[in-house]
Design a protein around this ligand. Sequence first.
Ligand SMILES: Nc1ncnc2c1ncn2[C@@H]1O[C@H](COP(=O)(O)OP(=O)(O)OP(=O)(O)O)[C@@H](O)[C@H]1O
Length: 813
Amino acid sequence: MAAVKERNQDVTEGGRGEDGSECLDGHANVVICCNNKQNGPECPINHINGQAAMRQTELAKEQEYVTRLYDRLDTLRERTQRQLKEVLATGAVGTMQNRSERDTFADMYASRLARLWAVERGLAFGRLDHVEEGRLYIGKLGLTDDEQRRLLIDWRAPVAQPFYRATPAAPMGVTRRRHLQTRGRLVVGVDDDLLDLDALTDDDRATLNGEAALLAALDERRTGRMRDIVATIQAEQDRVIRADLNGVLVVQGGPGTGKTVVALHRAAYLLYTHRERLERRGVLVLGPNLTFLRYIEQVLPSLGETDVLLSTVGELYPGVTATARERPEVAAIKGDPRMTEVIARAVRDRQKVPRKPIELRLGRVTLTLDRSMLEAARNKATRSRRPHNQARAVFVRSLLNALARQQAKKIGKGLIDDDELADLREELRTEPVVKAALNRLWPYLTPQRLLLGLYGSPERLGHAAAALSPEERALLRRDGGEWTESDVPLLDEAAELLGDIDEQVLRATALQAEEELAAARRAEEHEREAELAYAREVLELTGLSDVMEAERLAERQRGEGPYLTTAERAAADRTWAYGHVIVDEAQELSPMAWRAVMRRCPTRSMTIVGDIAQTGSTAGARSWAEVLDPYVAGRWRQERLTVNYRTPVELMAVASRVLAAIDPSLSAPTSVRESGAEPWTAPLAALPQLVKAEVGEGGKVAVVAPDALLARVGADVAAAVEGAAVVAPGAGRAAGAAALDAPVAVMTVADAKGLEFDSVIVAEPELIAAQSPRGMSDLYVALTRATRRLGIVCGKPLSGVLGEALRDVPQRP
Ligand SMILES: Nc1ncnc2c1ncn2[C@@H]1O[C@H](COP(=O)(O)OP(=O)(O)OP(=O)(O)O)[C@@H](O)[C@H]1O
């Protein structure tokens, strides 16, 4: 059976039918337009006028309801704001318990208020006419009136599910599904699916068209920030969003199939459905880079969810923000599972017993640490099965006992009791020569110190990394320098084996160099300023600036106050176990990164989204089984997304040929729309003029360049277009945001991952394809970033596989 589409739109919007439009949720549409022969040859003008009047009446009715919803929202905001003010006005007085209760209430009201503010745009977007439930309005959150009558249903509630899933074949009790189009608080159009054809009246047969709401959403200009899609989620996406919380779900899909946006909606859905469990343990969303995190950061708050931690793998280790990237060959080794044993050996090497005895001069007495004493102490410590820094206590105690007995003998005391032994041990513990020897034999180690010590010493590398080839070891060599994304999983691995370190002991043993402390202080200061700016923004948005100072809010966010959100506590704790973890662009993670991620999710409740064909990292995945079988063999499930909502047909035709060159068995997703703009090629020298022209067309423009040409291309574009931004590899969040807001951004493929722009120009595709073993996949990613227009510029004509794949792309006139 077929669904019937009906559209009532404000005259200013001009609602004309689009014949033959493809149905996206798996069922065919019947398209009936009053100017279409399907509606009969005669179509009297007065009938059209009558329909127009009806449409206006429909719009007016919907407007009345939507206004009522916004009135209710305003009332709730005022009420919550008042409650918050009252709680805060009580001040920091009373017992500890009173203060903590007050803070808990204050935070509850503040987050409720933030939620109420977040849903302003698109509060209500749908209506279901249901045989049993009656008329239900669907929106971003649930609203009831003071008598608890439901006014608006949260899109995640079970009763809202037919909005996304009902088809004429399985109408789920729905006779009509209505999409409401709003601009601000105004209803500007409605778009109906009539699912029960028998219920159609003549008046229902007004101007009808296909997936108007979806196509309108897809056609919108890009803003540099991802938007929510609650109003237009498609059936295959809805299945992913509402899939069971438990277990590992892989979402495999080609470019533009909505993997990211679906994963974010899934986070919102899971939080709604399993609020208690997930609020306690938190949800972590991992993305490929900081620019990407800026790109997606508004989606969850716009769905009313503000307490999800967005992070990159480079930020997973608290206290380190690694954005620098390694050369592909170095990243490949650092991500290799053999590094597990390298790190383990590096730790064991720091527990080594020297061949020769060590003499300790204590005044007139000389004590000797011989090999058997040292081996006995080391064996005791390793048998304790504690991590290195905790096992140190066992080692130290055992040696001090042995030294104390030796000392007793030397000073003429044969047998000593436990108390005397303890006294001698304490005296020895504070002796500088003893302290120095113990620190050498079993040093307190931070992961940073262990790794730098390893990279910095060919000798240590030779020993710990004996399983690697000399060339591979040479690639690991480095003296100091910045932490990179590939170092973070290794720091995490080391932290696991080293265990916690007591900061006081660390300071006392002077392991932290002065410059490390100074750098930490500078970073803290910087963080404090950023938090203050953020707090000001929040207070302005919630209208609370008069009752709560930004400094105080920032303090609470920093954790200096009594209350931290789950996401904040989780971010600061390396050993935090999340309730659910979502990994985006998951194909890029190395085996070492997966180890770090899996540690954070012992329950293995995960959503893993990605596309094996887009793997660009040399350490990335070749198949999902290869990634997951070591952790959940045979216990993970896969869903596929098959429709490309981003890249138009014309652009995808070019990208598919590159995909076929990577692997002929791979197939690209089906594009849902045409842009009418054919891709083009042009000489590299024309780039500045071409970028200017593209910017003139409006919307967001990106130039994707090979790593080696980024600076040059960036300079050319910046000279041609005012406000152009160049995303330096490893850019922080702020630089990423600036690039997303700029009219044109120049970046490498690694930074373009997951993003989209109205128009994209790919510079020197041959160099992109040649820059790493997975370069063709990088090129495929670059070619699929545009929603409208695609250009390719190169210094010389393309040859080989690429020349073949792109041979039909016409020269720009
Ligand atoms: N149901 C939908 N309604 C409206 N827009 C949608 C829908 N599904 C996807 N989109 C839009 O399509 C675009 C691509 O989505 P998204 O970035 O999530 O795809 P992806 O599969 O992660 O892509 P890639 O792997 O190429 O990064 C986004 O602009 C998204 O908002």
